[in-house]
Structures are given as structure tokens and as C-alpha cells.
Design a protein around this ligand. Structure first.
Ligand SMILES: [Zn+2]
Length: 322
């Protein structure tokens, strides 16, 4: 039977249950955190994470997949503590979250060296713990798929081939990054079923989306609540049309909710978060918005219970299971 690594150890893939495929309990600029630790309040961050974990458990969620990779402040002990104190299953990753920059250490070493680092986290454990990564994260955004981004994608693919772990690629539809990302991963030999192109739901350009789906990869409809990129009604209309076209098995629903960012603890200071919210950036963003508003609206418009089960339980099980 297929298994999945969680921060609490290995489980059968069938035990994942209802799964949020893309949420962040923790995220930070890790250089700032390392150099000026006094700007972080770990007790507060832990309390906020515990609260969110409790709220999703109350909605029937059994597993949260947390794609907080290198350069987004991955802290596997913090996630492990939340899981241990709440009973929520948390799945963590290896990989690099960068849109452009790479440290000299990686700039001057090969894709294969980078792939070894990723494989280490999958086979040996992360940050000197026994917790193993279950998937590999890479990213492309506004700067596009340049030389450095291509390197990370090739390394992710090679680590995936060696370990069987799936790949999640943060994408930016507005910069048309998805097709180039898929091309590299497929060229390296990763099977499309093990590839997930995150944030595809930030567009409702069905031609763009269907172009990705026809390669066989999965897509993240995973930023519900971030109206800044696309409001909920347009995200819903897109999901419903893709369900009608028969793509339930290639979609994932989530919110990309990021607790430290939403709370004004990292990327943006609190006053900027307030300004952005006043401008309507993400008024309903939370780790439970899907359950409060999105799922009821999708059901009312024709999404079946089976569709939901496919997108939030079966697809995560198939993608993560090795
Ligand atoms: Zn994310």
C-alpha cells in the first residue's frame, strides 16, 4: 500500500482523509529570522497555528499539506509541535521557494548536487530531525523561468525520479509560467500525475488552464480568498466549468492561507496588511474559508459530494502516495 510521510511519521495514504493541499502555518524570511531573532515572536506564531489547526480539525480536515520550503522559513520542529499538540496530520516538503535569487552556495553547484539535498530531506530527514519530506517544491513567478529557476526545477525533477516524491510548482498564470514549468519537469521524466502546478486558479483563462490539464498534470485551485489575484465568484465559475469538462481528478482546492503573512508578522507590517485589506485584497482569507463559503456555493451550483471527495481526498492521496 502507498504511504505518505507526515511530521508525525509515516502513514498509509488512505489515512490522509480530507486534505488541504496548500496552507502555511509558518512562513518567514529565514535570513531575517536568523540574524535578528528578536523580531519574531515564536509563542505568538505557535498560538496562531494551534488555533488554525483546531479550526480545520473542527471542519473535518485530517491533513494539511504545508509547502513551506527553503527561503520561506521552513521550520519542521514548529510544524511537528502543532501536529503533536492537536492531532492534525501535517505533511511537509523539501525544495526551494525562489522567484529568482539563489545563494552562491547553490548558484555555483550543479542541479544534481541540489537534487541530492532534496533527496536527503526525503530519505534521511529534515533539519536534523527524523521528519521526512513528502514532496518537492519549486517556484516560478514574475521573473519567469530563467536559468536559476530552471535549475531548481531540474533538481526537483531529479530528486522526484530518485525518490518517487511528487513535485509542487508554484506558478504565476499572469506571467504564463505554467507551460514552461511543466515542459522542464516532463522533459526530465517526471510522470504528469506526480506534478502539481500550484496557483493555476489565479486565472480564469480556460485555454491556459486546459493547455496544462491536457498534459496530464494536476492544478492547484488553491488561493481561495485571495481576491487580489481573482475573486471567489470567478474562481468558482472556473472550477465548475472544469468539473463539467471532466477534470475533477486533476484539481486541488485550498486557500494558500499564510498565518504570519495574514497576521502582519512577516512580509508586510500590520499597518500595510490593514491598508491592503481596506483595498479588498483578501477580505475572507482564512484556513476555513473553503468550508464556510466556497464549498456551499459550489455545491449549490452543482458540484457533487463525489467531486469534492475526489478533489480533497482522492487526489491528495494519489499525488502524495509513494
Ligand atoms: Zn503557498
Amino acid at each position: 500500500m502507498a504511504t505518505v510521510e507526515t511530521v508525525g511519521g509515516q502513514i498509509d495514504a488512505g489515512e490522509l482523509g480530507l486534505t488541504l493541499i496548500h496552507e502555511h502555518f509558518f512562513s518567514s524570511d529565514e535570513a531575517v529570522s536568523a540574524q535578528w531573532p528578536h523580531v519574531r515572536d515564536h509563542a505568538q506564531e505557535h498560538a496562531l497555528a494551534l488555533q488554525a489547526a483546531g479550526e480545520v480539525l473542527d471542519r473535518g480536515v485530517r491533513t494539511v499539506v504545508e509547502p513551506t520550503a527553503m527561503l520561506l522559513g521552513r521550520d519542521v520542529r514548529a510544524s511537528q509541535r502543532v501536529a503533536a499538540e492537536t492531532g492534525l496530520q501535517i505533511v511537509v516538503c523539501t525544495g526551494i521557494y525562489t522567484y529568482d535569487h539563489l545563494p552562491q552556495f547553490l548558484l555555483n553547484r550543479s542541479e544534481d548536487f541540489m537534487a541530492e539535498l532534496f533527496a536527503h530531506d526525503i530519505e534521511e530527514g529534515i533539519q536534523d530531525t527524523a521528519v521526512k519530506a513528502a514532496f518537492i517544491k519549486c517556484a516560478a513567478d514574475e521573473p519567469g523561468v530563467n536559468e536559476r529557476i530552471e535549475k531548481v526545477h531540474r533538481a526537483a525533477a531529479r530528486a522526484s525520479l530518485r525518490t518517487g516524491a511528487p513535485v509542487m510548482a508554484h506558478s504565476r498564470p499572469a506571467s504564463n509560467t505554467g507551460p514552461a514549468q511543466v515542459e522542464i519537469l516532463l522533459e526530465e521524466g517526471v510522470v504528469p500525475e506526480k506534478i502539481q502546478i500550484a496557483h493555476t486558479g489565479d486565472t480564469d483563462d480556460l485555454d491556459y488552464i486546459e493547455g496544462l490539464l491536457q498534459t496530464g498534470v494536476g492544478i492547484g485551485m488553491d488561493r481561495y480568498g485571495i481576491d487580489l489575484y481573482l475573486p471567489t465568484d470567478r474562481r468558482n465559475a472556473t472550477v465548475l466549468e472544469l468539473l463539467r469538462r471532466g477534470y475533477a481528478e486533476q484539481m486541488y482546492l485550498s486557500q494558500d492561507f499564510d498565518i504570519p503573512i495574514a497576521a502582519g508578522l512577516d512580509w508586510y507590517p500590520p499597518e500595510l496588511v490593514e491598508q491592503m485589506q481596506a483595498a479588498g485584497a483578501a477580505p475572507n482569507w482564512s484556513m476555513t474559508f473553503l468550508f464556510e463559503s466556497v464549498i456551499p456555493a459550489l455545491k449549490e451550483a452543482g458540484m457533487s459530494d463525489e467531486h469534492l471527495e475526489t478533489m480533497m481526498a482522492e487526489n491528495p492521496k494519489r499525488w502524495l502516495g509513494v
